[in-house]
Ligand binder design. Structure first.
Ligand code: AMP
Length: 591
């Protein structure tokens, strides 16, 4: 079959979907709280809502997590519940108190997931960090949060040693080592861990995870929390300044649960793979809490990105719902054909978040898996999905979709006034949804800066079509002003990657005396293409037919890679800094 398909402007939902409209009805968040069976006397605990609820039901022996790293393991809801109880007991024994900050600095090993749940169960606040962070990124987070305990392994501990003396609040390190991830160690494993820990130069009162957890009770009296009590925090980098500690409440699980059902279309029998690391909010809200609260089995892959490995994961675990990011999809597109030879028939629904989803990726999904990719929009600060192509709405490729029930999104001008449909402006939300951040840690002034006239401002530019769909234009700081016209990088990048030779593009505004800014495109070529003047000329001809004259990039540069955050976002401000010879900063500390 030819690899050419139609590129429809609208893709209708599949027939026989469950009745979303009836489900939504005249939805109000209060209805969701009333419906949530895990609320007791107005209190809850997100870890119990996500996992213990199932461990106490007929689902207790159902697999909650299929884990694959250097070996493959699986954990039932009952096992996850008992292990996290044990870990909560370990923390209690060393004196943890409610609201203490406990940070996790681990690769995606099972202990990361167990300890996250265990921390929540004690009423403390869990913080996560990418295992790729270096000392600077670690220091910013551990120092600002005043973290009391840090969970890491002896290899990563080396990056902490140089800053440990400058972290007066950090009392103890809990060291995860050894190969028995279930933590109910046999003696040999515990002694391996102890040896590794000794080699790592631990402090006297540090704790060896496997030893401590093996002797801890599997029963724990889970802390009952008020809906607005903090549960977890993550640092997010703005365009300037230090990363900010975004704090989320236990109640956020109400939105994570609802949107996992509505947007990710997760049913209890699904096998679900969220490729995001828990160092990024997606890996928490939709990598753990949302899907577990729905009783689904999750798949975790602790390893590097490789198209073959990824497709084998889907095949081996019969993944039915897959949640990933445009950057990963683009890398898979680049390895065009790598899916052949893998049976991917288990896939039923695919979603994307984190960056604008170029329509080309949606069409690639249809071509490759027979399924369109569903875009959705949210942020670290919002804790849960806000705008989405949920399964029952037709997809308009290139558009983010519509606000989910219970969310009021709008486009506002600089004075906070709603603009007409079709007019570009600031994407804003009424901040009355449960997964909205509680605060910015120790920085209420920063928190206040997000609001204007009752709206929460996302920092993104967008427009809303007459039909209610939202179109992403760009981060406010990335929008280009050329000859008096505003151009969003997404539009230009999407036109570029529609050319088969281009897999990825980053577009910036470059100061120009005549036009204010001119558009410069950095492009990464697909496998099998080499930079040449002919190719550049051809790409120029190609984009000229797809973009308005003023949006046409005047400068081109072929590059091997684009600077990205740990969660895979193109960092256009780095491209700009590089171009202008300004200090670039350390991209490895960005989430
Ligand atoms: P983070 O808090 O790191 O998840 O980043 C949130 C930002 O990522 C948003 O403010 C957007 O700039 C961008 N983003 C996330 N999802 C989308 C999407 N579906 N389309 C366009 N941009 C997105």
């Amino acid at each position: 079959m030819a690899d050419i398909i139609e590129k429809p402007a609208v893709i209708d939902p599949p027939p026989n979907l469950r009745d979303y409209d009836a489900m939504f009805g005249t939805f109000k968040w209060q209805d969701a709280y009333d419906r949530i069976e895990w609320f007791e006397d107005g209190t809850l605990n997100a870890a119990a809502s996500a996992v213990d609820r199932h461990a106490e039901s007929s689902r207790k022996n159902k697999v909650a997590m299929y884990w694959e790293g250097e070996s493959a393991e699986k954990y039932t809801f009952l096992e996850l519940s008992s292990l996290s109880n044990r870990f909560a007991n370990v923390l209690t024994d060393i004196g943890i108190e409610r609201r203490d900050r406990v940070f996790i600095f681990l690769p995606r090993v099972p202990e990361l997931y167990v300890s996250f749940l265990g921390i929540l169960k004690t009423g403390a606040i869990a913080g996560t960090m990418f295992s790729a962070f270096g000392p600077e990124g670690l220091y910013d987070r551990l120092h600002d949060s005043g973290a009391r305990y840090l969970i890491t392994n002896s290899k990563l501990l080396e990056r902490v040693q140089g800053i440990r003396d400058d972290l007066p609040d950090l009392e103890r390190v809990i060291l995860v080592d050894g190969t028995d991830h279930s933590g109910t160690a046999n003696a040999a494993d515990a002694s391996d861990a102890a040896n590794a820990a000794n080699a790592a130069d631990v402090a006297e009162n540090d704790v060896i995870y496997s030893e401590a957890i093996a002797s801890a009770s599997r029963k724990f009296d889970v802390a009952r929390m008020s809906p607005d009590d903090p549960a977890f925090m993550l640092y997010t980098s703005g365009t300037t300044g230090k990363p900010k500690g975004v704090v989320h409440r236990h109640l956020a699980i109400a939105q994570q649960h609802a949107t996992t059902e509505w947007v990710l279309d997760l049913h209890e029998e699904d096998i679900y793979w969220c490729t995001a690391d828990p160092g990024w909010v997606t890996g928490i809200s939709y990598g753990m809490l949302g899907p577990w609260s729905c009783g689904s089995s999750i798949v975790v892959h602790d390893g590097r990105f490789d198209p073959n490995i990824w497709y084998s994961m889907i095949e081996r675990y019969q993944v039915s719902v897959w949640y990933s990011a445009p950057t990963a999809f683009r890398m898979l597109m680049r390895a065009e054909g790598a899916h052949r030879g893998h049976d991917l028939a288990s896939l039923r629904h695919i979603c994307s978040v984190g960056e604008p989803l170029n329509s080309e990726i949606v069409y690639w999904g249809i071509r490759t898996f027979g399924l369109p990719i569903h875009d959705n929009f949210w942020q670290t600060e919002t804790g849960g999905i806000l705008i989405a192509n949920y399964p029952s709405v037709p997809i308009k490729p290139g558009w983010m979709g519509k606000p989910i029930p219970g969310i009021k999104a709008a486009i506002v001008d600089e004075a906070g006034k709603e603009v007409s449909r079709g007019v570009e402006g600031n994407l804003a939300l009424l901040p009355n949804f449960p997964s909205m951040m509680l605060t910015i840690w120790k920085n209420p002034a920063k928190y206040e800066e997000y609001f204007m006239g009752g709206w929460y401002l996302t920092g993104d530019r967008a427009l809303q079509h007459e039909d209610g769909y939202f179109l992403f234009i760009g981060r406010a700081d990335d929008v280009i002003n050329t000859s008096g016209e505003r151009v969003g990088p997404f539009e230009v990048e999407s036109a570029l990657i529609a050319h088969p030779a281009i897999v990825e593009a980053g577009v910036i505004g470059k100061p120009d005396p005549l036009r204010g800014e001119i558009i410069k495109a950095f492009v990464v070529l697909s496998d099998g293409y080499e930079p040449s003047e002919e190719l550049e000329a051809e790409v120029r001809r190609f984009v000229k037919t797809r973009l308005a004259g003023h949006a046409y990039p005047r400068e081109f540069e072929f590059v091997e890679t684009l600077p990205k955050t740990r969660s895979g976002k193109i960092v256009r401000r780095m491209l700009r800094a590089q171009e202008l010879g300004l200090p670039i900063g350390d991209v490895s500390t960005l989430e």
